[in-house]
Design a protein around this ligand. Structure first.
Ligand SMILES: NC(=O)c1ccc[n+]([C@@H]2O[C@H](COP(=O)([O-])OP(=O)(O)OC[C@H]3O[C@@H](n4cnc5c(N)ncnc54)[C@H](O)[C@@H]3O)[C@@H](O)[C@H]2O)c1
Length: 313
């Protein structure tokens, strides 16, 4: 495993699930970790300091260094205090893993304003706020002449990159995170910061709420183990990955796809403005069967045919 000795990481939503595994893996690689978790329910309600404190205790039991933080990542001020805590406790910040998340699934036609706002806030603003304050820290160090090698790993989702029915709030936020990753990667390259994102698949309370119980195989490799995401994260955090940025990694067990996002696709070219009748005729000619999204499970077939929904049976 690449050594992250001397590095300092923040993992948001690290009290459970994938974030907990990320924190343990970063600590095993040698990083000191700020374990952030609000301790909310899956719907984002309430607060509980215990999950973050437990992960801190687990890291300390491994001989690592960690401290708990209970910030709500969607609060701009809390996020600033989170970055400050890392710098004041461990002297610096090198890695920010934006992972905290909630779901409030509902069909679009029934979705409430609150269900939309809360999910978009935790995911999208919850990525922006810590990133914004961490970026200021790295810009300051870079401008002082330091050769910064910093990392941001964001968390998108198959729902955002492929589209999942019943998750218009969550999927739109997760697609936004993929776009956020692209732009942040371009803006922060000048300060030595790489920005990538994971689109994970794992057995956690989130997937079990969406798809039902996902059985653990009696023997052999458990493709839905949340710990499967973390080696990819640790690799991206290594100094040697300094030239890999702006990418989205779809991870299912041992299968990792470097996704291609929006690309130029089909070109309809003319040297003058299109006439609507002509364009419609061209569309019908080139796509006689029409055009529509495939759906998440079908899209995942092109990434190897795996999906949490299929794993749950
Ligand atoms: N499990 C999967 O298969 C899967 C798939 C795609 C994406 N994801 C994403 O991975 C990330 C981790 O999810 P998980 O499956 O481990 O779920 P989880 O519910 O086990 O963990 C999420 C953690 O985030 C914390 N949290 C929620 N709101 C917060 C806030 N405002 N501030 C700080 N902490 C907050 C929760 O307390 C919880 O401990 C999420 O962003 C999720 O959307 C998961």
């Amino acid at each position: 495993m690449p050594s992250l000795d001397g590095k300092v990481a923040i993992v948001t939503g690290a009290g459970r699930g994938i974030g907990r595994e990320h924190s343990l893996a970063l600590a095993r690689a040698g990083a000191a970790v700020v374990v952030n978790d609000l301790g909310a329910t899956l719907a984002g309600e309430g607060a509980d300091a215990t999950p973050a404190q437990q992960v801190v205790a687990e890291i300390e039991a491994l001989g690592g260094r960690a401290v708990a933080n209970g910030a709500n990542v969607a609060s701009f001020d809390d996020a600033e205090a989170l970055i400050r805590q890392a710098v004041e406790t461990f002297g610096r910040l090198d890695i920010l893993v934006n992972n905290a998340g909630i779901t409030r699934d509902r069909m679009l036609v029934n979705m409430t304003e609150e269900e939309w706002d809360s999910v978009v806030a935790v995911h999208l603003k919850g990525h922006f706020a810590p990133t914004r304050h961490a970026a200021a820290h790295w810009r300051e160090r870079s401008k002082a002449g330091e050769d910064v090698r910093a990392r941001i790993i964001n968390t998108s989702s198959p729902s955002g990159v492929f589209g999942n029915v019943g998750q218009v709030n969550y999927g739109a936020a997760k697609a936004g995170i993929a776009g956020f990753t692209l732009i942040a990667a371009q803006e922060l390259a000048r300060y030595g910061v790489t920005v990538n994102c994971l689109a994970p698949n794992a057995r956690t309370r989130m997937t079990e709420a969406a798809f039902g119980e996902i059985p653990v195989p009696e023997d052999g490799f458990d493709a839905m183990d949340p710990a499967n995401m973390s080696p990819i994260l640790v690799a991206l955090c290594a100094d040697e990955a300094q030239n890999v940025t702006g990418q989205c990694f779809f991870v299912y067990g041992g299968a990792v796809n470097v996704l291609r996002g929006w690309d130029a696709g089909e070109l309809f070219a003319r040297d003058e403005r299109w006439d609507a009748d002509d364009f419609l005729a061209q569309l019908r000619e080139r796509f006689p069967d029409g055009l529509a999204p495939l759906g998440m499970v079908e899209q995942m077939a092109s990434a190897g045919g795996r999906s949490a929904r299929l794993a749950a049976g």
